[in-house]
Design a protein around this ligand. Structure first.
Ligand code: PMV
Length: 290
């Protein structure tokens, strides 16, 4: 029996633009997914296509127990965390000898296949390596860890990442004269933000700019606008949609002393708040739970 856990993630900058080779910055966050795998002679199918995909890809049979603290379908990377933790637990239980790099690559291929070919390696990279990661095309670079005080606001409006990516692709085809400069501006914001990772006030301003640019791409939602404005009014230094948009989650960066106030404002605006910080650790082995 082997138990492994992996963190969820938020996009700080660059979602959607990363699909077109622009840079993105993503961060591992505290809620985790825990997966226990046990060898068996027959396959006990899980309810998740991601977990079944892991067993198929790795050519083994077993049973799985999942304990997730990450809400699903909300843009916090729960499917990538489940996939990375399952691949790692299978690798351990069956002594397959995969390196961390190989775990990240297999998990990405599995996630991409389950999602019909639509996925960037962002979520699986962050779930594997943890911390703060810059995505640049197919490359990833670890950035110095930061101690951000962050509040996530879940709109509880479920969204489909595939549909939102499709919508942006459509806009890009129909109105390249508008869409392409917006993508370039998002790139400018992401690269600019890299200089201010230790200056949360400046970073907050960049987050606000990124949010406005995502709205121009048409991936906003009234519930996201409501939570973003509530967080800013309560003293957040910056707030934006995180992930695909059209529902899902927003994030706010704030001084330590106001994070409870920001969380309360998000709840008053009908969101579900999670106060979190960066998780420096990626996928890791846990003590067995059963
Ligand atoms: O909503 P999420 O967490 O699945 O993020 C999607 C981010 C996109 O850039 C829109 C797509 C991607 O695969 O990077």
């Amino acid at each position: 029996m082997a138990t492994w856990s992996a963190p969820g993630k938020v996009f700080l900058f660059g979602e959607h633009a990363v699909v077109y080779g622009k840079p993105g910055i993503a961060m591992a966050i505290r809620p985790r997914v825990y997966v226990t795998v046990r060898k068996s002679k027959v396959m006990h199918h899980a309810r998740s296509p991601y977990i079944d995909g892991c067993f198929e890809e790795m050519g083994v049979k077993g049973s799985v127990y999942v304990n997730s603290q990450i809400p699903s379908s909300s843009g916090l990377g729960s499917s990538a965390a489940v996939t990375v933790a399952t691949v790692s637990a299978i690798n351990d239980e069956f002594s397959l000898g995969f390196s961390q790099e190989e775990v990240a690559n297999s998990a990405f291929l599995i996630e991409k296949r389950v999602q019909g070919g639509k996925a960037s390696p962002t979520d699986t990279s962050v779930a594997t390596f943890g911390g703060l990661i810059l995505i640049l095309g197919t490359q990833r670079r670890r950035l110095p860890p930061q101690n951000f005080n962050m509040v996530i606001g879940n709109t509880m409006v479920s969204h489909s990442t595939g549909k939102m990516v499709e919508m942006v692709a459509e806009l890009r085809k129909r109105q390249p004269d508008i869409c392409n400069p917006v993508m370039d501006a998002i790139e400018g914001v992401t690269m600019g933000a890299l200089r201010y990772l230790q200056d949360q006030s400046q970073l907050g301003r960049y987050m606000n700019m990124n949010h406005a640019l995502l709205d121009v791409l048409g991936v906003g939602h009234p519930s996201l606008t409501r939570l973003v404005l509530a967080a800013r009014s309560a003293g957040a230094l910056g707030a934006k949609t995180t992930g695909a948009g059209g529902g899902g989650c927003m994030i706010a960066i704030c001084p330590r002393t106001v994070k409870n106030r920001v969380a309360k404002a998000i709840e008053t605006a009908e969101g579900r708040a999670i106060i979190t910080t960066m998780d420096p650790e990626g996928v890791r082995k846990e003590r067995d739970v059963t």
